[in-house]
Design a protein around this ligand. Structure first.
Ligand SMILES: C[S@@+](CC[C@H](N)C(=O)[O-])C[C@H]1O[C@@H](n2cnc3c(N)ncnc32)[C@H](O)[C@@H]1O
Length: 176
């Protein structure tokens, strides 16, 4: 048994670093469409916004934002299967020109141009992401999270819908 475990550990360690990095930090669980609509409403998405969904799954948040508000939107997901589904979703909804999906690690991706960021991750992932959101996003950028908060960064709005919770923050001018 010990030697089997040692063999398994050796295989994992021998795998190229890039291959090991491709594991999602959270599995794909889609946000229900009525919650997507409420997230976009809470973020006051409007013409001219650039929306980023970090961990975009089947792309429903960027696609809905582009379809309803005509905004440019970017989805970032580490899983190639999700990127495929998301591109198909954008194509079916006629918004492929407005929406881009990038197969990248959300902890490394460049999201500086966003004016709205949407999240449906996990509490510890939100907290891990928080310093970059505060440091790299422009003041006034709205961040909306389905279900999970940001630890000590208190939300300015909290809305409940069908047993789900949606949080809103705005990146402050005088950043902490
Ligand atoms: C809970 S799902 C949310 C999907 C979508 N945002 C929604 O609300 O319907 C989380 C997504 O994050 C992706 N993900 C997990 N870890 C990631 C990482 N480090 N970088 C990019 N995407 C990641 C997963 O593949 C999954 O599609």
């Amino acid at each position: 048994m010990k030697s089997l475990l040692a063999l398994a550990a050796a295989i994992v360690l021998a795998a190229p670093a890039a291959a090991r990095e491709q594991q999602p930090d959270v599995i794909f669980v889609p946000t229900p469409y009525e919650v997507v609509d409420e997230m976009l409403k809470l973020a006051q998405v409007r013409k001219g916004d650039v929306l980023y969904d970090l961990g975009s799954g089947d792309g429903r948040i960027p696609v809905t934002a582009a379809r309803r508000f005509g905004v440019r939107a970017v989805g970032v997901d580490i899983d190639p299967q999700r990127i495929k589904e998301a591109n198909e979703n954008a194509r079916k909804n006629g918004v492929a020109k407005l929406v881009t999906f990038r197969q990248e690690d959300l902890f490394k991706t460049d999201f500086k141009e966003a004016s709205v960021v949407t999240l449906y991750l996990l509490p510890d992932l939100n907290v891990r992401l928080r310093p970059r959101l505060l440091a790299e996003l422009k003041p006034g950028t709205r961040i909306v999270s389905h279900q999970f908060d940001m630890g000590s960064w208190k939300p300015e709005r909290k809305v409940e819908l069908n047993g789900r919770v949606i949080y809103l923050w705005t990146v402050p001018a005088g950043k902490p």
